[in-house]
Ligand binder design. Sequence first.
Ligand SMILES: [Zn+2]
Length: 185
Amino acid sequence: MSFPNFSSNKQSKYMEENNIEMLFSFIENEHVREKLKGSQHRITKSFNQLFAGYSLKADDILNDVIHVENYTGIIEVKKINFYSYCEHHFAPFFGQASVYYEPNVIITGLGKIARLVKDVHGRRLQIQEIMTKDIAEDIMRVLGAKGAFVETTAKHMCMCSRGPSDDTTETTVTYGCGSLIDMKR
Ligand SMILES: [Zn+2]
């Protein structure tokens, strides 16, 4: 699968000169103002950061592991802030994720779980439901966990500022696998 990659100078230049200018002319429906032209470089840099998740893999993040024996507890990493982009409307959504897992023979650093949410999955074009599932499945696959459960709660700008224009609504998604498939918070 190929992912967008704005990291090379050539691609960044192309993006600045063509795509963003086209976007501006679509929005203002006229010749692009000089001032907006100055924003093109900033937007490209911003996209590099906002969508940096495509260059990261769960396998690379969850690599710092500790071996455990007869571990029967559940590890809970709660209220991890994330920022992402709705792929339906290209509008931000953001909120918090809580990750629970029952390890098998390995556990990972707690900060690694936060990075999995924020850096690997948050910084992509996403659908909240799919993001929640993918985080749980990465924990199962990379850590060989007995079970994983992920809950995300987010505010979607595509619902707040357009469409239903409801800025109080939040969306919660839960996804469980393995021994935690039926876990409900
Ligand atoms: Zn949306």
